[in-house]
Design a protein around this ligand. Sequence first.
Ligand code: T1G
Length: 675
Amino acid sequence: MTSPITTTRDGDVLIVVSNNPPVNALSAAVRIGIDAAIDEAAGDDGIKAVVIACDGQTFFAGADITEFGKPPVEPLLPTLVDKIEASEKPVVAAIHGTALGGGCEVAIACHYRIAVPSAKLGTPEVKLGLLPGAGGTQRLPRLAGVELALEMVAKGDPIPARKAHEAGLVDRLADEGALRAEAVAFAREVASVRPLPRASEKQAKAEPGVFDAFRKTNARRFRGFDAPEANIACVEKATQSPYAEGVQFERESFMKLMFGVQSAAQRHIFFAERKASKIDDIPADIQLRDIKRVGVIGAGTMGGGISMNFLSAGIPVTIVEMQQEALDRGTGVMRRNYEASAAKGRMKPEQVEAAMGALKPTLALADLADCDLIIEAVYENMDVKKELFGKLDAIAKPGAILASNTSYLNVDEIAASTSRPQDVVGMHFFSPANVMKLLEVVRGAKTAPDVLATVMKLGKTIKKVAVVAGVCHGFIGNRMLMPRQVEAMKLLMEGATPEQIDRVHVEFGMPMGPFQMSDLAGVDIGWHRDPTRIESIRDALAAEKRWGQKTQAGFYDYDEKRTPSPSPRVAEIIEDFRKQTGTPQHEITDEEIVERTLYPMVNEGALILEEGMAQRASDIDVVWIYGYGWPVYRGGPMFWADTEGLKKIVAGLEKHGFEVSTLLKDKAEKGERFN
Ligand code: T1G
């Protein structure tokens, strides 16, 4: 098999190039090739310097994650990077694209680094539940300083080459398109400079208290995760010990994380997110429809947020409202959102103008006639949606895709109100639509393959994580939310408090519990709006305008800063219902709350798989990570069930009288996993 590494000579400079698509992952073959090239340089007096570069979209984007868990193949990356640094001839890294993880570690083991301005350097291992395991936590603080090293390894976000250059992580910036030539010239320039600059020989100095201050500042962000603290401890070690000791500590810390559940969960989600974009029964090279202009109906919170996704991706939008006042309000909110992003430095002012300039507000539905995709975000009522789609059928051009943003209604029924059901699909955005990454793409019975593939690809274009869902009540996410909410209400009736149930969920790692979520979304959502009809605790709250945060009272009381506190009035309402219904009370443990609110979600997920409403268990995990904030270090409901053990899940469900799905029971009996 040909090596992905080739070497060529440019005079006295050896150029080592990796061609290992798609991201030049540092596979065994790449490592072996680089190792041989370093030997070649060492053994040839005619070679005075070395350049390491990559073909394709990027410099090495990290260790090859697909090799994790397999028998290691020499040379391991830590060995290789030390060998590069130990070279007696200068080695120059020529960086384009994203030098990430092991790729960044190769770069900082080189004596010099030259990069194009569009390049980025990063150590995202923490996002995989890991840490840079090839000397990165020891070289980075020595090369770029402790503060920047902490930001890079503990948060995992890449930095632009210019910032790296300012920090001394990159020695020189090259012109875009001239990287290879400038790298060779640079190598020739430094060929005889001695001593060779070796990061591991530098000192990493820290201001007193810098580590604890960093921990304190980021405590909320790191809550529940193992890897951030492990990264911080390694950088701290780099300021206290020589490189050899520090890298040993790093290695031990890396192995502990690698074999822990959290990293397995986070690596699972890394691949699951990418797998979700694939549609099993549609060829990847299917001809897609061209989406040049998008129409959005409704300029409310959802319609405005949906529109921003396309405008930010450079796709013009025609947005329709029924009243001028609502249209103006909606477009005003969009502008304010963009301006807020610009104020935070996330956008340039000219980008705000470009986005708003590509927006065409109108009161006329007929103005959607030139749109290639029309998304409705109107009132969540089947009759309203069917009437609207009937009108769209007459207005939209042939081949236009008609999408509903419904969060649980039957897309087939909506499609049937048109003469083109093959062009109808669901696009369920999560609120706020311009922020939440999840997009459930609901495949109708008659949705054409190219329509589905087009919308899934468009999801990636607008930086969403798109997941295919089947037509069922609530699709994937909301369908699994329902049993959780039903059981949470039952637990209230039987003796638990909203605070206890929410605490269990927050301690589990959720951003908030069921009742905090209700108060945020609105206790009155789906309420029949008749204050005299009180058939549940929720009706009683809604009847007293305890609609949640928006009325400073819901399941909790809220102060002007929306800080929640337990509500004596809610306790009374719950007590009244317990008495009225004569519900038997019992001491409810945290474990029972987990078994009765989280296990039924797994059961519903299994039913979703049984019915073919999701393509794969990992898609369900992706939905809950990106749509509801399930802690990524637990890998999603189905991955978590695997780690709990399906037998334990089945036993817990049966203990509480739930009917266990066939698929879940079968897998438990056979000792199988969902993922
Ligand atoms: N190893 C193996 N495959 C990888 C990979 C990697 N590091 N990175 C990406 N892929 C695959 C990915 O699964 C997909 O496959 C295809 O490449 C395109 O990826 C010792 C231990 C580089 C910014 O965490 O962030 O180094 O679905 O769709 O949008 O200290 O990929 O086509 O079959 O994401 O252009 C650290 C992870 C590893 C970087 C490109 N590195 N990758 O984004 O393409 S651990 C990372 C990314 C490590 C050392 C430690 C992104 C990207 P398929 P893509 P993209």
